[in-house]
Design a protein. Structure first.
Length: 221
């Protein structure tokens, strides 16, 4: 069965106006947020997403979205229950079956270092909410003792058949701010640029914001 291509979310979201400033791309908006030129909280951006017709198409593509993702994650992480050893593969099949191709040039965000296992599993949970990515990156950095490195990744889809699985979250809980998209079955996740946004010192802890730009291409089957 051939898969459909998700409509371009960025094309429908941008340009955007925040605090009397116009942003023509997600990259420009994220950079301005990291430079403290504009302040946007995760809730405000999430509301704008939920008011967008294309985003509604994304998250309503399958009613099984959050259920499949939650159960896949739970079974994938278990290591001792041999009875359920085949469950991750079964849930992944369902995730793949309901996934659609990501639109070219779509930008998604990811907080922190990209785990090495991601390049093996070809699974990466991202967000289309830049404020959420920044908050998650800040939380991760607080767990560092000697060197606090805030890392925010902006990932551009450049492959024509990269699978995406938008997740519909519960609107009545904090999950609604995640605005997650599971990127699947990609061939390459490549760092193409890295910029230090700022360096600040607090007490004996050095803190920096690192903006990384990556590209995702399709997997050859």
């Amino acid at each position: 069965m051939s898969k459909s291509i998700l409509s371009s979310l960025d094309s429908s979201l941008y340009p955007q106006v925040w605090e009397q400033q116009t942003f023509t791309s997600p990259q420009a908006l994220l950079l301005s947020m990291l430079n403290n030129e504009v302040t946007i909280d995760a809730n405000s951006f999430s509301k704008r997403l939920l008011a967008n017709d294309i985003y509604q198409e994304w998250i309503n593509a399958t009613v099984f979205g959050r259920y499949l993702h939650r159960n896949f994650t739970a079974f994938y992480q278990q290591t001792e229950d041999s009875f359920n050893v085949e469950m991750p593969a079964l849930f992944r099949q369902e995730l793949t079956r309901h996934a659609q191709y990501m639109p070219l040039d779509q930008v998604v965000f990811f907080a922190g270092e990209v785990p090495k296992v991601v390049r093996q599993t070809k699974l990466l949970t991202t967000t289309v909410n830049p404020a959420t990515a920044i908050i998650n990156a800040q939380k991760m950095a607080t767990h560092q003792v000697s060197y606090s490195k805030i890392i925010v990744n902006q990932i551009t889809i450049v492959g024509k058949q990269v699978l995406g699985f938008p997740i519909r979250h519960n609107k009545r809980t904090s999950e609604r701010l995640r605005n997650e998209v599971l990127i699947m079955d990609f061939q390459d996740l490549r760092l193409v640029n890295e910029v230090t946004i700022e360096d600040i010192k607090k007490s004996n802890i050095e803190s920096s914001i690192l903006l990384r730009s990556l590209r995702v291409t399709l997997i050859v089957k």
